[in-house]
Design a protein around this ligand. Structure first.
Ligand code: FE
Length: 188
């Protein structure tokens, strides 16, 4: 049987090759989706500590950062009902649910402000989707289940350091930097 640590290291190798050769964002999204679908099809490689929910809000843990910061791999852990703000990303991103479900509320920019489209969709374990400024970059994500949900995300930058935008409590757009929930970088 394949060593469980090989699963992630192969994914990192393949993503590194992909971002090195791809000429266009659409190539990264298309081929990266296939790679991430494979990664989230089996949870056995993911350290058990990610499944032990301990945070008051959803949490985001850096699993791997490309040395040139061309991409980052982040594990999101959601408690029941937890949700993000309405936010954007500014770079391409791939979201793959590996445990439970995520609910995504879709927003679009109208007259400079993100407006709910009326469309929401649920992602279940094994599904992957993409965001980016060219294909739709604003959304709100939540865990609609009564249990922990986990997703693995890949972003086209060191996402925890990027200046992004979100809607604040006063319904205004503000800048934010997400950071990461754990100080330790999870290298396998
Ligand atoms: Fe997001």
């Amino acid at each position: 049987m394949e060593d469980k640590f090989d699963t992630l290291s192969k994914f990192i190798t393949n993503m590194t090759i992909l971002v090195g050769r791809a000429q266009k964002e659409s190539e990264i999204i298309a081929d990266g989706k296939t790679l991430l679908e494979s990664l989230v099809s089996d949870i056995r490689w993911l350290p058990h500590e990610f499944s032990c929910y301990k945070f008051k809000s959803y949490s985001q843990h850096l699993i791997y950062l490309d040395p040139n910061e061309r991409f980052s791999i982040v594990c999101f852990v959601w408690g029941a009902g937890q949700e993000t703000s309405v936010h954007n990303h500014t770079v391409w991103g791939l979201v793959g649910v590996i445990k439970g479900e995520e609910l995504c509320d879709e927003f679009e920019i109208i007259d400079g402000f993100p407006i709910y489209t009326g469309r929401s969709h649920k992602m279940t374990a094994g599904q992957v989707e993409a965001v980016s400024p060219t294909i739709g970059d604003w959304h709100r994500v939540s865990n609609p289940t009564n249990d922990i949900s986990i997703s693995i995300r890949v972003y086209g930058a060191n996402i925890g350091t990027i200046v992004r935008k979100q809607i604040d409590n006063n319904q205004s757009i503000e800048e934010f930097i997400s950071g990461y929930s754990s100080e330790r970088l999870f290298i396998f």
